[in-house]
Design a protein around this ligand. Structure first.
Ligand code: 4GX
Length: 425
């Protein structure tokens, strides 16, 4: 049994949160009790004055010490082990560890300030100050409710057997894994297969991995503090196998800004394939509408895949196995769609700065959390045409080397981009 007493100028504010759901049941079961005390009942003047202007001047009002301290002292008379807490933005941050600590107390007295605060001397009658977070609220009432709620749910019996506190978010220092319920498909979004598998061990493993990934991504502060196995601390491979790369030879600009078709080059195909293999891309499309160049590209790939080159250098073969020749960008898009069952998100690279550029960091995050496939477009010649840029979902920021010389080869740019998007931290 945990006995809360709340000192507040607005007792009715507590009625609704205490009268519903978990807290209502906890009170009915006698696991917690909440008593509300209005400090105005401890005033002695006929206007029942609880506040006054601040010494030194300035905005607003301050809660007078006499009624608050009279209330605290009167309440303490009837308690055996009272712990008096003032809710205030100057307090220690109220986190799960504080909730756990307080859940072992027998009697908590929560003092809610209003206006600009309480007279400083009230603090001599308070055991600790707690803040629920760095934002300004209109009074200590909502923070007091936060404390009551977070503490009460840790008291055995309050949550029933639905979920033990150990399973709860934060108890293991990590954010919760994603939850799904019926229907199996909603607006085209499917429930992950693993959750329908009935394989409890796989489900546990998936949930743990999702918690780890989400916490690493959103709350690096929690991630660093979390008690993890050594293996879990390591950065996972950034979602391998959802990034496709296409090297486009048309439509691209030449140095005069004309739309042209460039020639296929041996080295681009080799080097981008090797970078792609190193960073775990799914496929590497070489797109050219020129039949003779398609044959050339196929010959380059086949030489290392099955010809003499395959014997000569089998690591080269593994890389070139990623390469596929396509007529156009649309053919590459169709191929991804056929393979993944979803249209790829198109990302173009541009050496030119401009509006709406997506940073490498942003795209790296999207690759981790967005389930859709991504197709990264690399332009040959003097770059992809505005038409292709307009068709894309994201335009990556240019690679900056800190000089005003900006003429990377497409294969060098590809290696840098892949490292920024998929390289380990
Ligand atoms: N977490 N506020 C309290 C008045 C006040 C100021 C100082 C006592 C001392 C808050 C928070 C919060 C606004 C509630 C100022 N009372 N309390 N109020 N965040 O912002 O706890």
């Amino acid at each position: 049994m945990l006995d809360f007493t709340v000192i507040t100028l607005f007792p009715p504010m507590f009625e609704s949160p205490l009268g519903h759901s978990i807290l209502k049941k906890a009170r009915e079961k006698g696991l917690i009790s909440v008593r509300l005390v209005d400090p105005r009942d401890y005033t002695t003047d006929k206007h029942r004055t609880a506040d006054d202007a601040p010494y030194g001047g300035g905005q607003g009002m301050v809660m007078k010490p006499e009624p608050l301290v009279a209330a605290i002292e009167d309440i303490k008379k009837n308690l055996k082990h009272p712990r008096v807490i003032l809710l205030s933005p100057q307090g220690k941050l109220f986190e799960q560890a504080e909730a756990e600590r307080l859940s072992h107390e027998q009697e908590l007295v929560l003092v809610c300030g209003r206006y600009e605060g309480v007279d400083e001397r009230v603090k001599a009658f308070v055991d600790e100050e707690l803040s629920v977070g760095d934002y300004t609220l209109s009074g200590g009432e909502l923070p007091a409710m936060v404390v009551i709620d977070a503490v009460a749910r840790l008291i055995p019996g309050v949550l029933g057997n639905v979920k033990s506190p150990e399973e709860e978010s934060f108890s293991d220092g990590l954010l919760e894994y994603p939850q799904y319920t019926r229907p199996e498909e909603f607006r085209g979004m499917k429930v992950p297969d693993v959750l329908l598998s009935g394989d409890h061990e796989r489900i546990q493993k998936w949930r743990r991995e999702m918690s780890l990934a989400l916490t690493r991504e959103r709350r690096p502060d929690l991630f660093r503090k979390a008690p993890l196995d050594p293996g879990e601390k390591k950065s996972p491979r950034a979602t391998p196998g959802r990034l496709y790369v296409a090297l486009l030879h048309h439509p691209v600009y030449d140095k005069n800004g004309e739309v042209v078709t460039t020639a296929v080059t041996n080295m681009d195909i080799h080097d981008i394939a090797r970078s792609g293999k190193t960073y775990g891309i799914k496929k590497f499309y070489v797109a050219t509408p020129v039949k003779a160049l398609q044959r050339l590209a196929l010959k380059i790939i086949a030489h290392w895949e099955s010809g003499y080159g395959a014997e000569y250098n089998h690591t080269r073969k593994e890389a070139l196995a990623l390469a596929q020749v396509k007529d156009t960008l649309d053919d590459a898009i169709l191929d991804v769609e056929r393979e993944c069952g979803a249209k790829p998100i198109l990302v173009v690279t541009s050496a030119r700065a401009g509006k709406n550029r997506t940073s490498f960091v942003e795209l790296r995050k999207m690759l981790r959390v967005t389930p859709a496939p991504f197709l990264l477009l690399l332009g040959t010649g003097w770059g992809l045409t505005d038409e292709v840029l307009a068709q894309s979902d994201y335009i990556l920021e240019p690679i900056e080397g800190g000089t005003d010389y900006n003429h990377l080869s497409v294969r060098s740019a590809a290696a840098i981009i892949l490292d920024r998007l998929l390289g380990t931290d």
